[in-house]
Design a protein around this ligand. Structure first.
Ligand code: ZN
Length: 627
């Protein structure tokens, strides 16, 4: 999944999270038991008889992006195929989402100048539904459909053009025939400037600039960079690994060397979990944009696309996100919940398992940092404490519910809760398994078993698969209670009972610090206000949801040291005037608030020096990856 808020431990609070914590907490309602997952709803469509396309064959896509089309930020897309003739129309659809980015984007929105032809004759066409075109061939032969795709969105699931570069995803531009399955081969050819480069995980065909895949799922899982960018490769853990970075000249020298070093340290740690590296080549695709706040990345089976503020260069957070995305090549791209097998592209595909697919991936990204020696154990503890704090600051929300709800972007701050809380659930399960097996088994065994017994057998995992594997790793112990209370239910995670088994404890510090009473998160426009707490400083000053924060007093929001600076500057300023500079639509304005200090309890995770030898073994097992 693509979104990662920078963490205070690593970035010194790049985003305005200090104000996000004070929110009203609803009283938990009784927890309803989750019924068996309902079958996915039938796609909303036109006449039922029309949802199956006439058969097509010999599918080719041609993408044109050069310095001329770059001027209008446009990809020229052509798709050609053979038809057998007959009266049935060809129905061609674009996906509404990109797997991994669990939100509806409706890529057909960016299409214009659609046309269809057979030989020299223009064909009749119309729209069957918002993402489906209905084309009427006139006879047996070869049909070509063409359109322009506006590449104007800096988002790793979408398409974004600059005068010398484009990122696009297959979901944006590759039409598929409705109702004909996804097991069709296709060839993609790219036309671009002779001196521009192409980076993609797609398999090169013989002809230069031409690529091929044997099915649609793989075709749309391999994004492209086309243009001028830095591009080199290394052998990492026995496999060719490539690093593409745009713009050219930005990720160079020590920053590039550091990322390569971190990739070299993280990948073997991750591969050890599954004891298999399932790709021939892996491509790390990165964009650094000074207008972008924070960092976000999207996983694929043999690549990922990351978009970052240039402040990430040289920071361990870049390694953390990179490790997270590479771990996804196993966990979610291959080992995947049954609800997501196979991917469908014309509707939402919710699953209650994102706490495993995302949260446990995030746990392993922390483990890759500490086990790979990229950070030390104290920073691992700090990352864990931040996750505990992040969960405590949000309304009590079940892991399964947060997983399912992400599709509708809840405004209460729990949109991405399954990352932090799922990561912590992974740590707790890891400790419980290690405790039950005297550190001979771990969460690694669970993931490895499921990888072999589900993914390798061509299916997704179910609740029975998951909890069965957890229970087996823990010597037969039941986790029904854990599931009911902490995964399906909303009870607070049991750090106090479980951490001591690994020689860890959670302490709490009381801090008094300035609070704005708002929640903000970075998007492509900047740090945008997502929620305003009733009665808080921000509301009284007139800050509104949707405003983009620019500065508090003389502190710029995008100052890399914003969080600590904000807390220090106003630590003793109760009641002092606080100018809040923001952008609202096209206007820049300053509203006046008053500094308010709030007492807050802050979590801290530490090693217990008096832990038992068994607990120390478990703690070392987690930090060092043994067994
Ligand atoms: Zn993710």
């Amino acid at each position: 999944m693509p979104f990662h808020t920078p963490t205070a431990a690593l970035l010194g609070l790049l985003v305005a999270v200090p104000a996000a914590a004070q929110r009203p907490r609803p009283t938990p309602a009784p927890t309803p038991r989750r019924a068996a997952p309902a079958p996915p709803p039938a796609p909303a469509r036109g006449p039922a008889a029309a949802v199956r396309s006439a058969p097509i064959a010999g599918i080719r896509y041609e993408i044109t992006f050069d310095s001329a089309t770059a001027q209008s930020r446009t990809l020229k897309v052509a798709m050609s195929f053979d038809v057998a003739g007959g009266s049935e129309p060809v129905l061609l659809s674009l996906p509404i989402w990109t797997p991994g980015a669990y939100e509806v984007s409706n890529f057909a929105r960016w299409v214009s100048h659609f046309s269809a032809s057979e030989g020299t004759r223009a064909l009749r066409w119309d729209k069957l539904d918002p993402d489906t075109w209905r084309v009427h061939p006139e006879r047996a032969g070869r049909v070509t459909v063409s359109f322009d795709y506006l590449a104007d969105t800096l988002d790793n699931a979408m398409a974004w053009a600059r005068p010398d570069f484009v990122l696009f995803n297959g979901t944006n531009v590759f039409l598929y025939p409705e109702g004909r399955g996804f097991d069709f081969p296709a060839v993609v050819s790219v036309r671009t400037e002779p001196t521009w480069r192409i980076a993609t995980g797609m398999r090169p065909a013989e002809e230069p600039g031409t690529f091929g895949q044997s099915n649609y799922h793989d075709l749309v899982d391999m994004p492209f960079f086309i243009g001028r960018f830095d591009y080199d490769s290394m052998v990492v853990d026995g496999r060719t690994t490539r690093l593409a970075s745009y713009p050219a000249g930005v990720l160079t020298g020590p920053g590039r060397a550091a990322l390569w070093d971190q990739i070299g340290k993280a990948v073997p740690v991750l591969a050890k979990v599954f004891q298999e590296t399932p790709w021939d080549r892996y491509t790390v695709m990165t964009i650094f944009d000074s207008g972008y706040t924070g960092g976000s990345a999207l996983e694929h089976q043999n690549s990922h696309v990351g978009i970052y503020s240039p402040q990430f260069i040289g920071n361990p957070l870049l390694a953390s996100i990179t490790a997270h995305e590479i771990f996804h090549a196993w966990n979610v791209k291959r080992l995947r919940p049954a609800d997501l097998v196979p991917y469908v592209y014309d509707r939402r595909e919710p699953t209650p398992w994102l706490w495993v697919s995302e949260g446990i991936t995030d746990y392993y990204s922390d483990l890759a940092l500490v086990r790979g020696g990229i950070v030390d154990s104290s920073l691992f503890f700090m990352l864990t404490a931040e996750k505990i704090q992040g969960v405590a600051d949000l309304p009590p929300t079940a892991l399964e519910d947060a997983s399912v709800s992400t599709w509708i972007d809840p405004v209460d701050g729990t949109h991405y809760l399954y990352y932090q809380k799922g990561s912590l659930a992974g740590l707790l399960l890891d400790i419980l398994i290690r405790d039950a097996s005297d550190n001979r088994r771990s969460l690694d065994d669970v993931l490895r078993e499921l990888y072999r017994t589900t993914y390798k057998r061509g299916r997704g995992f179910t609740a029975a698969d998951w909890w069965g594997a957890v229970s087996r790793a823990a010597g037969g112990r039941s986790f029904a209670d854990f599931n009911a209370r902490y995964v399906d239910g909303r009870e607070p995670l049991p750090y106090g009972a479980v951490f001591p088994l690994a020689g860890l404890r959670v302490a709490a510090d009381t801090v008094r610090e300035p609070r704005l009473g708002l929640a903000a998160a970075p998007d492509s426009a900047g740090v945008r206000v997502a929620a305003v707490q009733p009665g808080g400083v921000a509301e009284e000053a007139g800050v509104k949801v949707g405003d983009v924060l620019l500065a508090l007093g003389d502190l710029a929001i995008n100052d890399p040291n914003f969080g600590p600076s904000f807390r220090t500057r106003f630590a003793h300023a109760e009641g002092q005037e606080l100018p809040i500079k923001l952008r609202r639509g096209a206007d820049t304005l300053t509203v006046m608030g008053k500094v308010r200090l709030v007492e807050r309890v802050e979590a801290r995770v530490e090693a217990d020096p008096a832990a038992s030898p068994k607990a120390v073994r478990i703690r070392n097992g987690i930090l060092k990856g043994v067994p």
